[in-house]
Design a protein around this ligand. Sequence first.
Ligand SMILES: [Zn+2]
Ligand SMILES: [Zn+2]
Length: 139
Amino acid sequence: MATDKKTRMTQQRRVILEEIRRYNNHPAADEIYERVRKRLPRISLGTVYRNLEVLCELGEIQCLVLSGAMKRYDGVAKKHYHIRCVGCGRVDDAPIAPLNELEDDLYGTTVFEIIGHNLEFTGLCPECSRQRAQHKAAG
Ligand SMILES: [Zn+2]
Ligand SMILES: [Zn+2]
């Protein structure tokens, strides 16, 4: 019985991971749930949440807490930055290397032991940018 349960959990976890990585759009938990449910119709939102937490702890995915947005999940575990659209909340990867020298600069200048940093860019995605231009043209 115990083994059975464990195997089922692992399969759910694998499907969740596959669905996060299928599109690199930083989905929120409910979006992941909708995708996973198409393949595992009996899965619950709570189970999806629990597995997402475990996957974050295992370092398989990243849990992103971005300002002005709900928790998002990222199938790319490697440290990278994000650009968030202030219009629709779309989150893309920012194609620049992590600025580790920022942490080096801080070293010895603070009583804190630095363990990381967060950097978030904000802007307008092409869709929102276009809509905004149309509004301007119309008005
Ligand atoms: Zn947008
Ligand atoms: Zn990302």
